[in-house]
Ligand binder design. Structure first.
Ligand code: S3P
Length: 172
């Protein structure tokens, strides 16, 4: 079977804990494409964790690095991009992503997100606020931005990684 070459990249967007990084890796394997995690790139550039960047330089600095990284990657194709949950906060990021990527919104119920992120301290926006109400609030605020940015939507609740990836591939 010949390898499919995509004339675009696939950008996974969605709230924290919707499985973007995991699905990106699975898709990359299935489609034989390179997977790039934007948060990982930022951490490598800075030599520190996302938490440390927020603490030492503030969220605005992180957002600037995020935008720069999205802009750099927006000229490339045939990659799986795993975006941070807040990438849609900037219309400039969304515009850049859409240049050469199909944007796939991964969704999950707040309860599912809450469960998946329990005990995970790597997300500064949830630091000390890892409770359902906070997740619901943030999700509600961002919902229109996610929907607006998405070329298509995949719900992840109760599905396996394999099922989710196959659903995405079918829709490409
Ligand atoms: C953020 C999500 C995180 C990370 C940062 C901010 C957000 O990425 O970029 O903590 O604003 O939703 P994940 O969605 O991979 O957790």
């Amino acid at each position: 079977q010949s390898k499919r070459l995509f004339p675009y990249s696939i950008a996974l967007i969605g709230f924290m804990g919707t499985g973007k990084t995991t699905i990106a890796e699975d898709l990359a394997e299935k489609l034989e494409m390179r997977s790039v995690d934007i948060d990982t790139l930022i951490q490598e550039k800075m030599g520190m964790t996302i938490g440390e960047i927020f603490e030492n330089y503030g969220e605005a600095h992180f957002r600037k690095m995020e935008s720069d990284t999205v802009e750099e990657l927006s000229v490339e194709r045939n990659m799986i991009l795993s975006c941070g949950g807040g990438v849609v906060l900037s219309p400039y990021n969304v515009m850049n992503l859409k240049k050469n990527s199909k944007t796939v919104l991964l969704r999950a119920l707040p309860e599912t997100i809450h469960k998946r992120l329990q005990g995970d301290s790597s997300r500064p926006l949830l630091k000390g606020k890892m409770h359902l109400e906070h997740i619901e609030d943030l999700l509600e605020k961002r919902k229109p931005l996610y929907n607006e940015a998405a070329d298509f939507i995949v719900d992840t609740d109760g599905k396996t990684i394999d099922e989710i990836s196959k659903e995405i591939i079918k829709k490409l």
